[in-house]
Design a protein around this ligand. Sequence first.
Ligand SMILES: [Ca+2]
Length: 174
Amino acid sequence: MSRMLGLLLLVLGVSATWAKDCSIPIGLHNYAKHGHASQSSTYEGSAGIIPGAELAIDGNDDSEFKLGSCMHTKLDYGPWLTIDMRRLIIVGVVVLTNRQDCCRDRLMGAQVLAGTSPDVSQQKSCGVVTDVSQEKIPICCDGIEARFITIKIPERWEHLHVCEVEVFDFIEGK
Ligand SMILES: [Ca+2]
């Protein structure tokens, strides 16, 4: 292999790595914050908190339930949260802030979907939550065109709770 070819492959390899970068963006516009959110049901809250879907996009990422910034469904089969960003974007990364005061394992296996239709069956999968060890969980969408983002726990009875969902667009070369 010539040195030039090796260098070219190295550059291509680095570019491919960048294209799959799912790190949490800093200082970019969060498209979820200006949207509308709905959820499969609303938990009959405690401490006077009604944990509606809007708390997932209120711009507040406090991760203790009692602080009133987390959405929370009832015990549903396949609970879901959908965010309408009210505009089409090319989605790069969706960042979930998981609840930290209790029950962080409930988010394991949650699917993050994105699409142009509010119909979840028409949305494409960005990825699945496989690690709940960190408060903030980035899921890479890698360029799916979408107006709607859904977080759904498939095929089990579960409470879904997320304290913030942030959606960032895809930056070519990042
Ligand atoms: Ca919140």
